[in-house]
Design a protein. Structure first.
Length: 344
């Protein structure tokens, strides 16, 4: 009798201790009903214990749509679902249960937090599951600082667009994706016409302002989340457009070119027009066979050269460049791509 009483006291003590822990914690039973929702968890989520105790609605504290929390995966013994539900995750460091990290929308408070989560099971002496304990840590400030550093490392310091390293990685990734899905991938090379003459006439500080203005226009006209605009080098920009065919890519290129003319950025150097203009080369393809991302890059690069050879201030596609250059007497596009590759 004394032993049973001691167990009851210990259980009561454990529950009270868990309820007053400074670490946000909740506990679910084998049927995934909430049996403990401590005060720290109330503060973190804005959800009172009275709203979730005895229910399986604990997910409502973290997400807008019904989905498993980490404790559910432990209770259901479904670690296979971890990768689909969490940004990062795996077995816990303690070797029992699971650990994960994820952005949570916190519907009650109306904010978004990045949480580090641990969930571990509790079994009786017979090995039967009696509860799962989930603890949470707010890692939002650390995650935002990490993302800011990553963004800084991936952006061009002058224009704020993606830098060359980010562009190279994105092109390889999007080419592989297009190869899997058999959807078209488009690439634009954008070059500021007579930029050296612009710098000589207006100075390097105005040259920098010019590049920032062009970058802002490029960014404005490349608005889909999957698209990537980058400063490729010097006065040249590159744009990756997944699931975009040649016609659509040329349409975007023309809108960018006309928008720059519309800005009326004064050029006026000898041999250049009165306002700043762009030349743009476009290539698009559905990956197949032995073709590669480097091949698409060379096609866009040669199309850009064709646009310049034809008099600048125009868009030329890789499909049309040979016919266009034939009008100039059979001149062939030079392989600037090979020289550029040798400099990498």
């Amino acid at each position: 009798m004394a032993q049973v009483k001691n167990r009851s006291v210990a259980h009561s003590y454990a529950v009270r201790l868990m309820e007053h822990l400074v670490v946000p914690t909740f506990v679910i039973d084998p049927k995934r009903r909430v049996v403990i929702w401590n005060q720290a968890c109330e503060r973190l989520t804005g959800v009172a214990a009275s709203e979730v105790l005895g229910t399986t609605g604990h997910w409502r504290a973290f997400y807008r749509q019904r989905r498993y929390c980490l404790a559910d995966l432990v209770a259901l013994d479904r670690p296979d679902k971890l990768a689909a539900l969490y940004a990062e995750g795996g077995p816990s460091d303690a070797g029992v249960g699971l650990s994960a990290e994820n952005w949570c929308v916190m519907p009650k408070l109306g904010n978004q937090l990045y949480l580090a989560i641990d969930a571990g099971s509790i079994h009786d002496q017979a090995g039967r599951l009696i509860a799962v304990v989930e603890t949470l840590r707010d890692m939002t400030d650390q995650k935002r600082a990490e993302l800011a550093l990553q963004a800084l490392a991936s952006k061009d310091g002058l224009t704020g667009l993606a830098n060359r390293r980010s562009f190279d990685a994105a092109l390889q990734a999007e080419w592989a994706r297009a190869h899997r899905t058999q959807r078209p991938l488009a690439l634009l090379f954008v070059d500021v016409d007579h930029f050296k003459l612009f710098n000589d006439r207006h100075g390097h500080q105005n040259g920098d302002e010019c590049l920032r203005a062009v970058a802002a226009i490029v960014s404005k006209h490349v608005g889909r989340p999957a698209d990537l605009a980058a400063r490729y080098g010097g006065e040249e920009f590159a744009i990756i457009m997944p699931e975009t065919d040649r016609a659509a890519a040329c349409d975007v290129a023309e809108r960018i070119r006309k928008a720059v003319i519309g800005q009326r950025i004064t050029h006026g150097a000898s041999g250049a027009g009165s306002v700043l203009t762009l030349s743009i080369g476009v290539a698009a393809d559905v990956p197949g066979g032995d073709s590669s991302a480097e091949w698409l890059l060379s096609q866009a690069d040669q199309a850009l050269y064709a646009a310049k050879a034809l008099g600048r201030n125009r868009t030329t596609s890789a499909d049309a460049m040979l016919a266009d250059l034939a009008r100039l007497g059979g001149r062939k596009p030079r392989a600037r791509f090979l020289a550029r590759a040798a400099r990498k």
